[in-house]
Design a protein around this ligand. Structure first.
Ligand code: BES
Ligand code: MN
Length: 474
């Protein structure tokens, strides 16, 4: 039973939103101007500044909010408690840290001087993820200021280390399970298909990262004097990496696919409802052709198959002119995306074993395990998911499709396990937001719709999940 007249509340919220559009945009620009790049030590103060700015903002709109210490970059925690003691609690997760912005010369305007052009905000972090979680903040403001109260309890957990794999958050969550207790977790850190085609993500891939070093010599040597007499580490590394996949993109590492689940027919059919085509792929990326396991659709390869990628490879001399050496060592950064039921540690071990086994003569191979997080699979049939579906349909004018996302949000598996409540992944971004790339942007219409979707979701939650057996997802 709805406790509130949600129709009236919604109408008032929409009017407030309309009246404060310009300010909501300006506030987002201010947030985006803080270069909170978590990967770079020289930006540590900026990361902290972003946390302080957001906390201050949350206080300003009427929440209790604080910056909480972790072993790494701090967490912003805020909450608002409803008067109704039976009101359900929604925990909103996001991240205020951003990816590094380089190469800077490829940006049309500087990444931390947010610019508005053609209906988009251009800045690093605009879509991933400041714009998306800030839309939830604005939705809370909108409801609070039009009603003087919220229909649900709201908690914000906005972290500063997502883009470096959330190395400290898992411990933070374990230590604060009571503080974070809730009835569902809402996360907007993904994209919809289009502004008129919302998408609910029901799976995220996991990730492991490794660094490989191949050493052949005590130091760089003259390539004339020693060429043909010793192993070259760059070539050896290239030969090793070339053996990881076959010509069609299947990973040849023994046991790599061991725990991978097969999709059931219903799920395959659901994924086919809005197929992702090779034309979509080419348009978004400029790829010359699709490449990968031919027996799976593109959507399945993205969400239901694990993969092995080389993120970077270096060694030797790459400066101007020539330097005739055989370098002493070569390096590669590797990430594997994982799917549900794969164990990050085990996959990392299989990869490391394989690379060590195929090391050519005259090489010493070292594989360093950087860390990892498991994949996530979400029940598509909970009342919370249905609340999100109604909110999305009403906001964007179409029923949402269900998608398996290929990207990762490292803490989600932990939140699922440690909090034991349903999770909703409702993306507000668009496929051409250039996340992690130059000219990242967020559509202003997507921002405004996102605020609406969030407000509608909070209202739906009060109606669907107040009191009763909601802790079981009922
Ligand atoms: N928002 C992304 C995840 C994402 C990417 C969702 C693409 C939808 C489409 C998130 O911020 C992210 O980039 N995660 C990283 C995690 C990594 C650094 C551990 C990723 O997936 O690479
Ligand atoms: Mn990201």
């Amino acid at each position: 039973m709805p406790f509130y007249n949600t129709g009236t509340m919604l109408a008032q919220a929409l009017a407030y939103l309309e009246a404060h559009r310009e300010r909501f945009l300006q506030e987002l620009l201010e947030f985006l101007a803080i270069p909170s790049v978590s990967a770079r030590p020289e930006h540590a103060r900026d990361v902290h500044m972003a946390a302080l700015w957001l906390t201050e903002h949350l206080r300003h709109i009427g929440l209790r909010s604080e910056v909480l210490r972790t072993d790494g970059h701090p967490v912003v925690y805020a909450e608002w408690r409803a008067r109704d003691p039976h009101a359900p609690t929604v925990l909103i997760y996001g991240h205020y840290d951003v990816q590094p912005a380089d190469p800077f010369e490829l940006w049309d305007t500087p990444p931390f001087s947010p610019a508005v052009r053609d209906g988009y905000v251009y800045a690093r972090g605009a879509s991933d993820n400041k714009g998306q979680h800030f839309a939830h903040v604005k939705a809370v403001e909108t409801l609070l200021h039009t009603q003087g109260t919220l229909p649900v309890n709201v908690k914000f957990l906005i972290e500063g280390e997502e883009e470096i794999g959330s190395p400290s958050l898992s411990r933070f969550v374990s230590a604060h399970v009571d503080l974070l207790r809730c009835d569902c977790v809402m996360i907007s850190d993904s994209a919809m298909r289009a502004l008129d085609q919302p998408s609910l993500v029901y799976g995220l891939r996991g990730l492991v990262h490794l660094e490989v070093t191949v050493r052949c010599l005590a130091h760089d040597v003259h390539s004339g004097h020693y060429g043909g007499l010793v192993q070259n580490p760059i070539l050896a590394l290239a030969q090793m990496l070339a053996q990881v996949k076959d010509e069609q993109g299947r990973v040849r590492i023994p046991g790599f696919y061991d725990d991978v689940r097969a999709l059931d027919p219903e799920e395959r059919a659901a994924l086919m409802r809005a197929p992702y085509t090779e034309a979509d792929l080419r348009r978004e990326t400029g790829a010359l052709a699709a490449f990968g396991e031919p027996e799976y659709s593109l959507a399945e390869r993205r969400g239901a198959r694990p993969t092995f990628e080389v993120n970077g490879i270096w060694g030797g001399y790459t400066g101007a002119g020539l330097k005739t050496i055989i370098p002493a060592e070569a390096h590669a950064k590797i990430t594997c995306r994982l799917v549900p039921y794969q164990d990050p540690q085990r996959v990392a071990e299989r990869v490391a074993d394989y690379l060590r086994n195929i090391a050519p003569v005259g090489t010493e191979v070292e594989v360093r395990f950087g860390g990892g997080s498991p994949a996530v699979l979400i029940d598509r049939h909970t009342p919370v998911t249905r609340a999100a579906m109604r909110a999305a349909a009403a906001t964007y004018g179409a029923e949402p499709i269900f998608e398996l996302e290929g990207g990762s949000i490292p803490i989600v598996a932990d939140l699922q396990r440690q909090l034991g409540v349903p999770i909703v992944l409702l993306g507000m971004g668009l496929p051409d937001d250039n996340v992690h790339a130059p000219n990242e942007r967020f559509s202003i219409r997507a921002y405004e719709r996102g605020i609406q979707a969030s407000a509608r979701f909070l209202l739906e939650m009060s109606a669907c999940c107040a009191g009763g057996d909601r802790r079981n997802g009922g």
